[in-house]
Design a protein around this ligand. Sequence first.
Ligand code: PRX
Length: 647
Amino acid sequence: MQKHIYNPNPEFSKNAAIPSMEAYWELQNRALEDYEGFWQGFADEKIDWLAPYDTVLDESDAPFYKWFTKGKLNVSNQCIDRHLSDKADKTAILFEGDRGEVEKISYLQLSQRVNKMANLLKNEFGIEKGDRVVLYMPMIPEAAYAMLACTRIGAVHSIVFGGFSSAALKDRIEDAQAKIVITADGAYRKGKPYLLKGVVDEALSRGGECVEAVLVVKRNNEEIEWVEGRDHNYNALITAQSDDCPFEPMDSEDPLFLLYTSGSTGKPKGVQHSTAGYILWAQMTTEWVFDVKEDDIFWCTADVGWITGHTYIVYGPLAAGTTTVMFEGVPTYPDAGRAWKMVQDHKITQFYTAPTAIRVLHKMGKDEPENYDLSSLKVLGTVGEPIDPTAWQWYYEKVGHSKCAIVDTWWQTETGGHIITPLPGATPIKPGCATFPLPGIMTEILSYEGVPKEADEPGLLCITKPWPSMLRNIWGDPERYKKAYFGDVSKEGRPVYFSGDGAVADKEGYITIVGRVDDVINVSGHRMGTAEIEAVVKEDDAVAEVAVVGCPHEIKGESIFIYIVLKEGHINKDIKNHINALLASEIGNIAKADHIIEVPGLPKTRSGKIMRRILRSIAKGEAITQDISTLEDPSIVKEIETTAREA
Ligand code: PRX
């Protein structure tokens, strides 16, 4: 069926950074003709180099690509200092607390606070260039200060999302061998204080011997446990620090941060990003895709614990010199109009969120946007999962008043910034479609043999040329980096980056993301490895076998569906609660399953491989069309279907 096309708003296009498809193709052709020249031009224009680079792209040790080698820069200079001459009084961070209080932090104030935090880390805790710093923080400005303070002194931050459990936190602390953990006593959510620091205490009681100190921001002043000698009060220590901390000149390829994410096998991977390539693309994509202008107020609703929060709350907007909104609460509290009230109150110009959030806001308050003045909005964005037509239409009509482009941005923790997305002033949009790769990005839809797929034929979404903001490594595991990203698909004998996603392009080249083709599921836009969940479920003494699959969910996109086979003689009436409690404690509440069903066996091939495809079909309630005759015990499929139907 021919999809309706939504052309860019001509008024908007007039002043857009990329104002037409002609302008898009002009840029993309430039990259095709002279790839390095293309990137060199932008690196020279955008980055405040402290020392020049000598090579744009070094491919000699592929796939360990290096960009802008020998160049020197500092990300906190790029995001703060260089703006101080003309933006000192401009609001850098507009913070709104859960309870509605607003704080506007100017670029000058941001500079002072980041410098103080950098001095604190350096002088009080001896944090040096290259040291790892784990952040376990709520959504408060101190999280951004800590990130930028790390970049200032060359420390490598690793943020662990506040929803992860103590066990997950401990694993990440140990993998990174962090010297310090920065946290808060807690924060506010839905009008009430909640606690966070106890999770750090528990993580460190289980291990994490590498940690020498815990720095605690007092946010809600609730009573918390205190380990003398190890725990330090940020609020008390920060006042004595000088607000002048010279920034460390960093090499282009020095690691900027680690961010753990789930893969199809094994433990979460510490995705390692670089300094120059990452910040360049964070800034360029903020300017191109959100089209930020001098007076804009940009709001990305993500949490800083995810890549979206890194790139589009902190680094991209600040490098672009815009005002970025940081929100402590949830968009549905005190009611489903909260987000729209914030848009009205702060005259927000770009609003970037996940389809899950759009579905919740739609469900809880379909007409709610009508109660607010949303006329300041210029660009709407989505990220993290495919957006369904109902959510898209509502977002476009009710929130954007049919005048704002929706940029459906496809990218990943590993890509650092946007890869495939509409450009708001240029791209005629087909709803649900991520459209085209950004200029400078070379994507292809290939088979495992590296053969390009025809139009309308689904295949593997690959990025066939290295790009500046790509991950550089998996922390401490270069072999896994090679295998996970460059081990599956080669084109003309050369391994190419495979995203793990399937995609299809139509005859006009519009790319639609089909979803993961590996064993990764996407719950409310959060990535979870089925292997990681299975490993936790197996810890239950009663469980003999387990298989985890994703199942479509109206709000979350996908939910977790677990099949278990109990050990002989084991009867556990409370097994479901027990498994969910285990998942919450080992990973976090986000890993809890919606369905856990006990089955007599799993569908396996004669070689013992679990046929997850069959289990996915059963979870979806679909008829089994696959050939099951090759299974070790074909009759098991009927039994599982019956159990699933009854559950
Ligand atoms: O499957 C794709 C999905 O989210 C995955 C990346 O997850 P993560 O690294 O956690 O980063 C999320 C935020 C960038 C992808 O492999 N995904 C992301 N954006 C989209 C998407 N699926 C469909 N449409 C999108 N716009």
